[in-house]
Design a protein around this ligand. Sequence first.
Ligand code: PRP
Length: 214
Amino acid sequence: MKEYLTIALTKGRLVKDAMKLFEQCGIRCEEILDKNTRKLVFVNEEQKLKFFLSKAPDVPTYVESGAADIGVTGEDTILEEQRRVYEVLDLGFGKCRMCVCGFPDARAMLDGHARLRVATKYPNIAREYFFNRRNQTVDIIKLNGSVELGPIVDLSDVIVDIVETGSTLKENGLEVLAEICPVSARMIVNQVSMQMETERIRGLIRRLKEAVAT
Ligand code: PRP
C-alpha cells in the first residue's frame, strides 16, 4: 500500500470549487489556493494525500501513467485526451457547454454543410462532431487559447470551444451556432491504483459523492 494518494488538479477556474468539495469531505489544503506560492506539491499529512496543479490536458496524462492516482478535470479534457483512465464521478461544478460558435452569418455555412475552417483547442472533439456526427468535411486548426480570435481575425469560420457564461462570445460579437455536449468537472482514477488502493479510493469517491449531493 502506498503511503500517499496523489491527486492532480486542473489549474485555473476549477481549483476553488474542487477544494471546496474536498473541504466538505473534511480534507483541507488551504495552501493550494494561495496565489503567491510557487510550490508545486501540497501535502495533507493527516489524510495522507498529495495534491498538485497542472494544465488541464496534462491531468489525464498524469493519471494514465500513475504519476497521479486521481485527477480532477473537465469532461472536455477527458473527451479530448482519450486516455485510459476510469471516469468515476461527476463532481457537479464547472458546468458549461461544448459548442460551435461564430459570427451569426456563419450559421448558413454550417447548416449548408460548407467546408468550414474550425479553430479549436479540442481537435479530437471537433473532428468527431463534424466528421462522425454531422458527416461534414472541415479543416481543423489547433489553437492553444483565446480561440474566439479565430473568426475575428479570419483565421477560421467558426470555433469549437466551451461556453460558460457566454460573456466572451458576447463581448466579441460571436454566438453559439450549435451545441455539441454539456461539460462538467469529473474525477478520474488510474486503473492500477483503483485495483491496488480500492478501499481508500472507493472511500474517497463515497465521501465526494455525498458532498456533491448536499
Ligand atoms: C474558456 C473558453 C472560452 C471562455 C468561455 O477560456 O475557451 O474562451 O473560457 O467562458 P465564458 O463563456 O464564461 O466567457 P479560458 O478562460 O479557460 O482561457 P483560454 O481561452 O486562454 O483557454
